[in-house]
Design a binder for this molecule. Structure first.
Ligand SMILES: *Cc1c(COP(=O)(O)O)cnc(C)c1O
Length: 396
């Protein structure tokens, strides 16, 4: 495998394929979910009929590049991704005799991994001459779409729950987005954005709602292309903070692409880490069905969801590749957040700290000398009120 600096985007012929029935559709602004499998009226359950991007991998690859269905010239100029992967400076030995790496995705331009999806969605909209994008968000997808969209001169309209951390809303307003605060939870914001989208023309506005728009899963896969190229191999385990399960699904999709391109030979173990108070995905994984009328409550706002939108898709990938789902308490998240900042100089938001808390929780089950990567998905400065409470509740 040959690696040369920054990974290039490799425009590749592709179509949408339904992850449930296999129906194939053109990649166009009209298509979001499979018309046969989706169940538009059931918002109390994860989305059905999520479309996957299926490439026509004709040749063998001797060099890593990122297959995408949109040409590189359409991508906004704001540089997204290519974040550092750093070896733990001080924690490796104290927690476990293992190789511990952190993927610093909070160093993306708007401070979260969400920029990877926003980048692809923005490029897709530009490639069809569409100038407006709407999105519902717990906060990061919003500020991300707003920032990336500003770089592409697109009009961004955002639906967030009233309770979203102020920094994320201020970010979105600074980037010039229109922000609508929805009275209720993230799930209500999601439904409000869907309602607006369904009365508009898909050639006038793109909907970036996570999991609903297949490009949100696809865009996030770049993180694992980078990890593999930075390590020069597949790690043994990757820890991923999970709410809707789109980052997790995107990482699996990236690994499957790499396998199909013959650039890797196996899929590593992924741990989806949830907050105990927002663990629908774990319940679905363990019980085979998702809870109804679940009320999520956790300090980690970015992974607080009642209904994991990408639930069925994420579960099918977890089952296929022997993945795991665990959860951690808010106290464990706060301790992990503080430990990571004080021991490594990495100040991340609670959702990202949850992934590290998950690592600590199961560290004794990991193999000696294994290579473990933790996705640090969001910046600590995005929620100062939460961090202040965490300082009060934890001891250094
Ligand atoms: C969105 C987000 C997550 C969770 O991603 P899902 O796709 O909802 O599972 C984790 N961490 C941060 C910082 C996020 O913004």
């Amino acid at each position: 495998m040959e690696i040369e600096g920054k990974l290039q985007i490799n425009f590749t012929n592709a179509l949408y394929r339904c992850s449930e029935c296999g129906k194939e559709l053109e990649i166009s602004p009209e298509n979001y979910l499979c018309p046969n499998c989706s169940d538009r009226n059931n918002s109390s359950q994860p989305l059905r009929g999520i479309l996957e991007i299926a490439y026509d991998f004709a040749t063998k690859y001797d060099k890593i590049s990122i297959p995408f269905p949109v040409r590189e010239d359409y991508f906004p100029k704001l540089p997204v991704g290519n974040t550092p992967l750093v070896k733990s400076a001080n924690l490796s030995k104290s927690v476990l005799q293992s190789n511990l790496f952190f993927k610093l995705d909070f160093l993306n331009p708007t401070g979260s991994l969400k920029d990877r999806a926003s980048h692809l969605v923005s490029a897709f909209a530009s490639s069809f001459g569409i100038n407006e994008i709407i999105v519902a968000s717990t906060g990061n997808a919003a500020s991300s779409m707003a920032g990336v969209g500003a770089s592409a001169r697109q009009k961004i309209k955002i639906y967030v729950p009233e309770s979203a951390p102020e920094a994320k809303i201020v970010q979105s307003l600074m980037y010039g987005a229109e922000v609508i605060k929805v009275h209720g939870s993230y799930d209500e914001a999601f439904e409000t954005a869907m309602k607006e989208f369904y009365v508009r023309s898909p050639y006038e506005v793109v909907c970036r709602n996570t999991a609903f728009n297949p490009l949100t899963i696809e865009g996030k896969k770049t993180v694992v292309f980078e990890i593999v190229s930075q390590l020069l191999r597949v790690p043994d385990v990757i820890f991923i903070p999970s709410g809707d399960g789109v980052i997790l699904s995107g990482v699996y999709k990236g690994l499957e692409d790499l396998l199909n391109m013959s650039l890797i030979t196996h899929i590593p173990t992924l741990y989806a880490v949830q907050a105990e108070g927002s663990s629908s995905l774990q319940k679905g994984f363990e019980n085979g069905s998702f809870p109804v009328l679940y009320q999520a409550k956790t300090y980690a706002d970015s992974i607080s969801v009642n209904v994991p939108r990408c639930g069925f898709y994420a579960l099918s990938k977890l089952k296929k590749h022997n993945g795991k789902v665990i959860s951690v308490t808010d106290d464990e998240i706060m301790q992990a957040q503080r430990k990571l900042a004080a021991s490594e100089g990495l100040f991340v938001e609670p959702a990202a700290a949850a992934a590290f808390a998950g690592f600590i929780k199961i560290a004794d089950q990991l193999q000696e000398n294994s290579t473990n990567v933790i996705l640090l998905t969001g910046h600590g400065l995005k929620d100062i009120v939460g961090a202040t409470n965490s300082l009060k509740k934890t001891s250094s």
